[in-house]
Write a protein that binds this ligand. Structure first.
Ligand SMILES: [Zn+2]
Ligand SMILES: [Zn+2]
Length: 317
């Protein structure tokens, strides 16, 4: 009698793309704690805000740290490190790797390797987080959405960093920041506590700073990032030709700092601007423009009208 292979059992041909060392129980527990505890904070946030456990200092700290850590992911981890949409000077490169780490989505080289594998196999068998993994009837899709949003983080199969991110493994600044990821997680949680305490000069300020600008902010960044993998590969508009299910989702444009124009991104992955059509707000592209004007970024791959026109979907919208 033969048994069916586990759903994520790698085919022999796929093995070079995966890390020979599978994800162990200890790492899975850490992922569960560092994603679960912030989420519990979000659930507790509503009654606590009602009970005057939220002040203007908390709101300001949350907004600033949300912007720094989310842009660290979108501009840093994603558009710069994964896709090379622009070249950065050394201080900017280091700042982007640190800012991305503050989002607590894993160390930079791991994130980049997973995301490059996603682009190579998008919505196919070896995609680490496709919502279409289990099929396309509504039950399979509901399961797939949960997988693409969160479940895939616990997959024992890890992406090979050597195969997908050798450029970063060869960069000593980046390997140093990658190794220091646990320290940066501590910085991400303790900085809002410290600032909240100092600004309000109170222990309560430290506690509410940790709660709002630490935990609640982290879970917001997590779920917005994960929505790109789940929602933006399922719902939305196909403005550009792609071979996968990536779509443009307008209502996530502002919280995702422009990443939800994900259909264009899969159509033209190295483009520094994802919101290229009229009215498509892309805050990350504005940040890159700022870096370019300051002289910290150069060779930015801005949209090319002719290339975009060739990629527009032919059928009427
Ligand atoms: Zn995608
Ligand atoms: Zn990408």
């Amino acid at each position: 009698m033969t048994t069916a292979p586990a759903v994520d059992a790698p085919r022999p041909a796929a093995r070079p793309e995966l890390d020979p060392e599978p994800r162990g129980a200890a790492e899975k527990i850490l992922i569960a704690v560092f994603t679960g505890v912030p989420f519990l904070a979000l659930i507790a946030a509503v009654p606590l805000a009602w009970g005057h456990f939220l002040g203007w200092t908390d709101v300001a700290l949350t907004a600033v740290l949300y912007f720094i850590s989310a842009a660290g992911i979108t501009v840093g981890y994603h558009r710069y490190f994964t896709h090379g949409s622009f070249k950065a000077n050394r201080p900017l490169k280091i700042a982007l790797a640190v800012a991305g780490s503050l989002a607590m989505e894993g160390p930079v080289i791991t994130w980049v390797a997973d995301h490059r594998r996603h682009h190579k196999h998008s919505d196919k068998e070896m995609d680490p987080h496709s919502p279409w993994r289990f099929g396309d009837d509504w039950k399979a899709l509901a399961k797939g959405l949960a997988w693409a949003h969160y479940g895939w983080l616990f997959n024992p199969n890890r992406t090979s960093k050597r195969r997908f991110a050798k450029d970063l493994l060869d960069d000593r600044d980046i390997t140093f920041i990658h190794r220091w990821f646990p320290g940066l997680v501590a910085v991400s949680l303790l900085t809002p506590a410290l600032l909240g305490g100092l600004i309000t000069w109170s222990w309560q300020g430290a506690l509410t700073g940790l709660f709002w600008a630490g935990l609640v902010r982290i879970t917001l960044v997590h779920h917005v990032t994960w929505s790109i993998n789940s929602i933006c590969h399922t719902f939305g508009k196909e403005d550009f030709e792609v071979r996968d299910k990536s779509r443009n989702v307008w209502w996530l444009a502002i919280p995702s700092l422009g990443e939800s124009w994900h259909n264009l991104h899969h159509s033209d992955p190295t483009c520094a601007r994802h919101g290229v059509l009229k009215g498509q707000i892309d805050i990350s592209a504005g940040v890159i423009r700022g870096f370019e004007k300051a002289g910290w970024a150069r060779d930015v791959r801005w949209p090319d009208e002719r290339r975009l026109a060739a990629k527009r979907t032919k059928r009427p919208a």
